[in-house]
Design a protein around this ligand. Structure first.
Ligand SMILES: [Fe+2]
Length: 394
């Protein structure tokens, strides 16, 4: 059998060329690839577990120069064998080298394994991502829900019944419910004059994200409907990423202010010795992409800034957009239904409803890393998650 690759020394590095390897993408067309010996020693596949955990200290290798000096190269049929200056040997399958040929790009791709986000506005109302609880209890159903959350940031589950505590059970099935100073779950109902928070009244609530004063903030929020008001009380959702995008095209300096100034948020409960505080911009960017939206009128602490007036004009514009018909979808949750959404992207609110109506929801928070992990793991196995797309592809 012909050798699948060939390596030689070049300019202090190892130059690898391939032959006969199929399905390795652009490297097939390239003349070859240089690998730095330190990179090869640090990423020796024989020293990395199947969980992608390194079995040695990187600084220990860096500091011992002879541990990454090449003493000898052996081109074998299926792999390249390297004898290092410290006497150790490493083996690199040609296919492994091909996969890592553009190491930086490959690593970056691995880190980014994610479904593309689909931004939405009011027109999403007719195709909201819905599924049945029975379906959610299958492996495929759970992946479907995680994909919905990653792609759309919002999903609805029906058929849950109306037993108290169900939201905790479902949350711990999807991931792990985050226990906060509010407990594992919280009740959303009209407490009238005793209410400690606007959420626990019958009043309208404008679009916001929850717990902006918490670090880390809860990435996922759930609300399970136990009983509903006959009229009003609909839960409202807005894609904060869509609003951020619109703001950028409407008024780039407002976008700049909201994405560059960190706003402080606070929650205080003196009776329980709680004082939560965190600062975060309304629009958090990563490599110029919107990574998180945080917006909460009620918990916003005083902000001191030289551009105070312009900043709050930008805030008010964002608020108007987020609460406009154009960006809002409405969900009249029925008993037994649950809404689940990305609290770092999708803003939620509520229509007012009649005082004393028997509207009762139970809520809980989850972290989003387990949702992302499920999607990433499926993608890394080559699973097609496009089958869970529900929007029209243009
Ligand atoms: Fe809320």
């Amino acid at each position: 059998m012909a050798r699948l690759g060939h390596a030689s020394r070049r300019c202090g590095q190892i130059f690898v060329q391939w032959g006969g390897l199929k399905g390795i993408g652009s490297t097939e067309a390239t003349a070859g690839q240089l690998f730095h010996p330190l990179w090869l020693r640090l990423n020796d596949p024989g020293q990395i577990t199947r969980n992608q955990q390194r079995l040695f200290e990187m600084s220990g290798v860096v500091d011992r120069r002879n541990s990454w000096e090449v003493a000898d190269l052996k081109n074998e049929e299926q792999r390249l064998s390297v004898q290092w200056g410290d006497g150790a040997q490493s083996h690199y399958p040609w296919s492994w080298l091909a996969e890592h040929a553009a190491a930086g790009v490959a690593t970056d791709k691995q880190l980014k394994l994610a479904v593309p986000k689909h931004l939405w506005d009011q027109s999403f109302q007719s195709t909201l991502p819905r599924m049945d609880y029975e379906a959610l209890l299958t492996r495929s159903g759970k992946l479907q829900l995680c994909t919905y959350l990653e792609r759309y940031g919002l999903a609805f589950v029906s058929g849950l019944g109306v037993a108290e505590g169900t939201v905790d059970k479902v949350g711990n099935y999807i991931g792990h419910v985050r226990v906060t100073n509010y407990g594992a779950i919280f009740d959303v109902k009209d407490d009238g004059a005793k209410a400690t928070n606007l959420a626990f009244t019958n009043q309208r609530i404008s679009a916001h994200t929850d717990n902006p004063y918490r670090d880390p903030f809860p990435g996922i929020q759930m609300l399970h409907c136990l009983s509903c008001a006959e009229e009003g009380g609909a839960t409202l959702f807005t894609d904060g990423f869509s609003v951020a995008q619109r703001l950028k095209s409407l008024d780039s300096s407002a976008f700049h202010l909201l994405s560059s100034i960190e706003h402080p948020y606070e929650y205080r409960d003196p009776d329980a010795a709680v004082l939560l505080r965190a600062s975060v911009p309304v629009i958090k960017l990563c490599n110029e992409e919107v990574e998180r939206v945080t917006f909460n009128n009620r918990s916003a602490a005083p902000l001191q800034h030289e551009e105070l007036q312009r900043y709050y004009e930008a805030w008010a514009l964002f608020d108007r957009l987020a609460n406009s018909m154009e960006f809002t979808v409405k969900a009249h949750l029925k008993p037994g239904e649950l809404a689940i959404w990305s609290n770092g992207r999708v803003m939620h609110g509520r229509e007012g409803y009649e005082r004393g109506a028997p509207r009762h929801l139970q809520g809980a928070y989850l972290d989003s890393d387990e949702i992302q992990s499920a999607v990433r793991a499926a993608l890394s196995e080559g699973e097609d998650l496009e089958r869970f797309s529900i929007h029209q592809v243009e």
